[in-house]
Design a protein around this ligand. Sequence first.
Ligand code: PHE
Length: 339
Amino acid sequence: MINNIAEIKDDILMSIKDIESVEQLQTIRVKYLGRSGILTNLLKDLKNVNPQDRPLYGKLLNDTQRFIEQNIDTVMEKLLSRDKLLREKSESIDVSFSKITAKRGALHPLTKVKNEIINIFIGLGFSVEEGPEIEYTKYNFELLNIAADHPARAFADSFYITNDIMLRTQTSGIQARVMEKQTPPIKIVCPGKVYRPDADATHSPMFQQIEGLYVDKSVSLADLKYTLELFAKEFFDKDTKVRFRPSYFPFTEPSVEVDLSCAMCHGKGCFLCKNTGWLELLGAGVVNPIVLENCGIDSTVYSGYAFGIGIERATMVKYGIPDMRLLFENDIRMLEQFK
Ligand code: PHE
């Protein structure tokens, strides 16, 4: 029995020697002093011990209990103060550390301009329609009355995937898709990326357009002019003037090229407008009846207008940006000016 107790003391010293955590120490405490711990059981057995030996043996067990408690308490204190130090270290703030400057992001100028244009047209009663960037030639060309010998249809002037599937060159294909499905009135704007094999200061192989289409009974060129004037005054400023010049698109008849009085010099002449006082902004016209018929709309009842705005072009004109490539390089010094 006495030997047994000496062994317990040795064991306890051994097991708390390299202890790592408070939890481990608690387990050891339970192992010896818990309700059915080693020492607790010995104390319970005391009643079976021979009555003369009981006082001596009882004292020995009490001493051992105290011994175990003291040793465990000492180690516990060490562990707790170590944990406290670690916690303080990890939570401390180095006030001499230089501050981290997080930069605030912003929408790309092209996205801003696109949203702005869309919002103006939503305000005029248009809704937004989108379509696929990989398009059938049927929608990009055929239904829009673009004849087989039109230069845009040449393999060198468009990106083809197969003979009848291509990267769309204009968002006008969405017009055809919507007219095929819906009956007038149709009043939509169609934003999206388009692709053409051109690349220089004012052309990029990928750029964005926003096309507008309004088809209803007795829609005329005058409605088109009125709408574009409202748009120009809202997008630029109130005294912006709009000028129509005759032009040609297979899908509109008559077709016009739309100029705005220069946003920079207000018509006086500057580098942006090449001293003409006017900026060419978009193509438009009265929807060719052939296109209406191609898409299943009775051209004796309905008429419409359409226009197509280049978003890069609109951004360049609005902010006086001389080179389109600046809009794609994403130089942070350039982008930050649009925050
Ligand atoms: N789709 C023409 C283009 O890409 C623009 C346009 C749209 C012209 C609608 C007239 C009517 O150049």
